[in-house]
Ligand binder design. Sequence first.
Ligand code: HEC
Length: 128
Amino acid sequence: MHRATLCIPPDILPKKSWKTLMSNLENHFGDDASLKEKETQNILGFLLKNSAQNSTKEYSVKVLNSIGNKDIIAITQTSFWKKEHKNIPKELFENRKIKSKANCKACHTDIEKGLIEDDKIKDISSFM
Ligand code: HEC
């Protein structure tokens, strides 16, 4: 789960979502709490610094408007995401090459770099 979230650009979620996500992750971290705690704080610091609030990208602004004050930690639950993907058939996300709608990278090749421009999106007919 946390691996998937770190594969999306930090500027696609607001600060509040990252805080919630990272505080829940702590529960999964086992032993050596001090080191892990420091690591977690480092990651959270990075995420907050680069969150949607600190971005001028079009999708960041749209995500912020879409989430508002809601407690959403999954981008796929936002009305923004749903709207952008409404033309994609449901079955396609279950396709064996994609497996889940959270597998952004299957279609957005450079997503971890934050490049979600249209020309970076794979032709979804290649999955059909
Ligand atoms: C099955 C392939 C597929 C998956 C999986 C997928 N997307 Fe997309 N996404 C698309 C396509 C195709 C479009 C363009 C839709 C259009 O223009 O009609 C799009 C559009 C977008 C846009 C708007 C692009 C823009 O230029 O503003 C964003 C943001 C986005 N996706 C984010 C994500 C994120 C984040 C994930 C993972 C949680 C994800 N997508 C998963 C295929 C996918």
